[in-house]
Ligand binder design. Structure first.
Ligand code: A1D88
Length: 257
């Protein structure tokens, strides 16, 4: 891997973006994220993922320098489509993905973070979609995901002004789950990841699938899916073990099956 490193510890995988100076998301880096997801998908030992950035920023967005190598509109559309494909995969991933954001998550960096299941930000981190400042629009589905979190009015303002908001505002606006100090960011991220990792992977996968469905699906269909998942979870080893452990007043011994 040239633009990121991947490591795992205590059932938590870490994707560390490493593309100095701003962790710009060039196409090869996005490809590397996709490759690492293949590895994580097949590794039953990894039960949660933290994505974070090395250096000053989480990520300052798509690689503006790479833009100069694109020939025409269809090439630029393809670049966007590839990012969307990988980020959609993150959103639909069967294991929880947590973005730990410091410094800045701008443009594609915020689009990546918005595809994650949970976003933790430092109080002063800058989050925004400044593409209009470049005469462009978002390409990795930021125009679609941002309004889901902050509502159409605030998303429109963020797009039209290109101005970032800070972490504490992101928390208030529903874009971030928690805003913490710089020194607490990793403890908060790994604490959350290890709570998720302590659950049954079967139940976690079903829960993520249901919440993902709720984003675009119909309520009634989603509720029907939930009853099916409820049955599946009940019939799983871990469903039975969880109930038994509660009755016996002990910690469950989940085996992810
Ligand atoms: C589909 C997706 C589309 C997109 O994502 S379009 C891109 C959207 N993102 C942006 O427009 C953000 C652009 N960057 C900035 O606004 C600023 O930068 C920062 C706020 C992130 C940091 O500002 P400061 O602290 O003053 O540093 P600095 O000197 O501007 O940047 C440090 C180095 O980082 C490079 N860099 C920053 N962002 C990008 C980027 N998105 N693509 C490629 N390089 C980037 C710069 O050029 C420079 O590099 P050097 O030191 O070699 O001059």
């Amino acid at each position: 891997m040239e633009y990121l490193s991947y490591s795992k510890e205590n059932q938590i995988g870490t994707i560390l973006l490493q593309h100095a100076p701003a962790n710009a998301l060039c196409s090869p880096m996005i490809k590397e994220i996709d490759t690492v997801l293949n590895e994580i998908e097949n590794d039953t030992d990894v039960k949660a993922i933290v994505i974070r950035g090395e250096g000053r920023f989480f990520s300052a967005g798509a690689d503006i320098k790479e833009f100069t190598t694109v020939k025409d509109a269809s090439g630029f559309s393809e670049l966007g489509a590839f990012g969307q494909q990988v980020f959609d995969r993150i959103e639909q991933f069967s294991k929880p993905v947590i973005a730990a954001i410091h410094g800045a998550a701008l443009g594609g960096g915020l689009e990546l973070a918005m595809a994650c299941h949970i976003r933790l930000v430092t109080d002063s981190a800058k989050l925004g979609l400044p593409e209009l400042q470049l005469g462009l629009v978002p390409g990795f589905a930021g125009s679609q995901r941002l309004p889901r979190y902050v509502g159409a009015a605030k998303a429109t303002e963020m797009l039209l002004t290109s101005e970032p908001i800070i972490g504490t505002d992101a928390l208030q606006w529903g874009l971030a789950n928690h805003a913490v100090s710089e020194e607490d960011l990793l403890d908060t991220a790994y604490g959350l990841a290890s709570k998720a990792a302590s659950k049954s992977a079967v139940a976690v996968g079903l829960a993520l699938e249901l919440v993902d469905y709720a984003r675009n699906g119909e309520y009634e269909q989603g509720a029907k899916k939930e009853t099916e998942a409820f049955g599946k979870a009940f019939a799983s080893h871990d469903g039975q073990e969880g109930i038994k452990a509660f009755i016996e007043k002990r910690k469950p011994d989940f085996q992810d099956r």
